[in-house]
Design a protein around this ligand. Structure first.
Ligand SMILES: NC(=O)c1ccc[n+]([C@@H]2O[C@H](COP(=O)([O-])OP(=O)(O)OC[C@H]3O[C@@H](n4cnc5c(N)ncnc54)[C@H](O)[C@@H]3O)[C@@H](O)[C@H]2O)c1
Length: 366
């Protein structure tokens, strides 16, 4: 199969859909990989790295789309790419169709085969192509939170780990899912006192089993949240109710109960956020202050660490890319139920019903 890797052109996106390691695996199997010149630069690989692994470097994005049977990307195609996509071409990337009607209509018109990373789903309900980004964001939440606790950026002026003779900082983690566990692990590693809240006892039991004794668990309810926010230096929001907006666990009035300079990192910002005062920010201007509380609410946190994020993402996408390349999308999806869940659209027809529900559509043929 001919596989194309275009350079991401969405603002501030430095990740790339494939590493040289992926190119090598595909080339060994006799597939042909076309990559746009400088596509891997933001993640740390130059054209020579891709060429050495067996890729053909093409100068423009148009050539990559034109020559390929399958496009492997990171972000959803943006307007400049819509007309480059061909009928029957496989597009394997994050789409998030339900929140983007213009993209949905453009892909229907293209009659391409859209396989969305975010809906590739295991039989146990796991989302294998989303998990690595939550792992990155959970770990980064502590790194960013620690930075914003510094005085020059209006934080409390606290070193999370403390020093001999000075107690460590306190970190409150809302949610013991992928984000929450990774955040708790990083905060604990720095020596902070960590409290993790969740409504799922299985998750709390797991955290209790695997974390060191300075990570404690409590059930998530308003009483416990109000108790902990008074003394927490850093609060990390990592809650998710699948398919719904994040619950507002910290309301505006609660900010007054926090110590001035407390930092709140709302990782759940992409689902509306779990703090009432959350509004999405970008890496250019990541933080703002309300009632002396520093808010960090970047919606694409992994974008700031493209090397780690690209490798983490492509580690999990490559097995599916290989399967699609070896078998074609129809046989690959017939063979693999997890991959088949990612099939959102074929030939202008929507196959993933939440998209129809999101737009109030009954039938979706063009
Ligand atoms: N900002 C970013 O860059 C970025 C990156 C990756 C993921 N995310 C987002 O982070 C959020 C968390 O993702 P995840 O992969 O950890 O999800 P997850 O499903 O693994 O974990 C969510 C956890 O929230 C818990 N929860 C639900 N309601 C709760 C409540 N009232 N109180 C406490 N806990 C509650 C659930 O029981 C679950 O354990 C999602 O919204 C995801 O989209 C954001």
């Amino acid at each position: 199969m001919k596989i194309g890797i275009p350079k991401e052109i969405k603002n501030n996106e430095s990740r790339v859909g494939m590493t040289p390691a992926g190119v090598l695996e595909l080339s060994k199997l006799g597939h042909k990989v076309f990559i746009q010149s400088t596509a891997g630069e933001g993640s740390g690989w130059d054209d020579e790295d891709y060429h050495a692994a067996g890729a053909t470097i093409l100068p423009t994005i148009d050539r990559v789309y034109d020559k390929s049977d399958m496009i492997v990307k990171v972000k959803e195609p943006i307007e400049q790419e819509y007309d480059l996509i061909k009928e029957d071409q496989i597009i394997f990337t994050y789409f998030h169709f339900a929140s983007n009607k213009q993209l949905t209509e453009a892909m229907m018109k293209s009659k391409s085969v859209c396989i969305a990373y975010e809906t590739v789903e295991g039989e146990d309900g796991s989302l294998p192509l989303l998990t690595p980004m939550s792992e990155v964001a959970g770990r980064m939440a502590v790194q960013q939170g620690a930075k914003y606790l510094e005085k020059p950026v209006k934080g409390r002026g606290i070193l999370l780990g403390g020093v001999p003779g000075v107690p460590p900082g306190k970190v409150l983690v809302l949610g013991a899912g992928t984000v929450g566990i990774q955040a708790a692990k990083m905060a604990a590693g720095l020596g902070a006192q960590v409290t993790v809240l969740d409504i799922d006892m299985k998750k709390l039991r797991y955290v209790n089993d695997v974390m060191p004794p300075h990570v404690v668990t409590e059930f998530s309810n308003e009483y416990n949240i109000r108790k902990h926010i008074k003394t927490s230096d850093l609060i990390i929001g990592g809650v998710l109710i699948t398919g719904a907006k994040a619950p507002r666990l910290i309301t505006r009035d609660m900010l007054k109960e926090m110590q001035p300079g407390t930092v709140i990192v709302d990782v759940a910002v992409d689902q509306g956020g779990c703090f009432e005062t959350t509004r999405p920010t970008t890496h250019e201007d990541p933080a703002y202050i309300i009632d002396d509380v520093v808010h960090y609410c970047v919606a694409n946190m992994p974008g700031a660490v493209p090397y780690t994020s690209t490798v983490a993402l492509t580690n999990v996408t490559l097995p599916y890319v290989l399967k699609l390349a070896n078998m074609g999308w129809e046989d690959a999806c017939a063979d693999d139920k997890t991959l088949a869940k990612g099939l959102n659209m074929v030939g202008g027809k929507i196959l993933f019903s939440p998209i129809l529900e999101a737009f109030g559509w009954k039938e979706a043929m063009i």
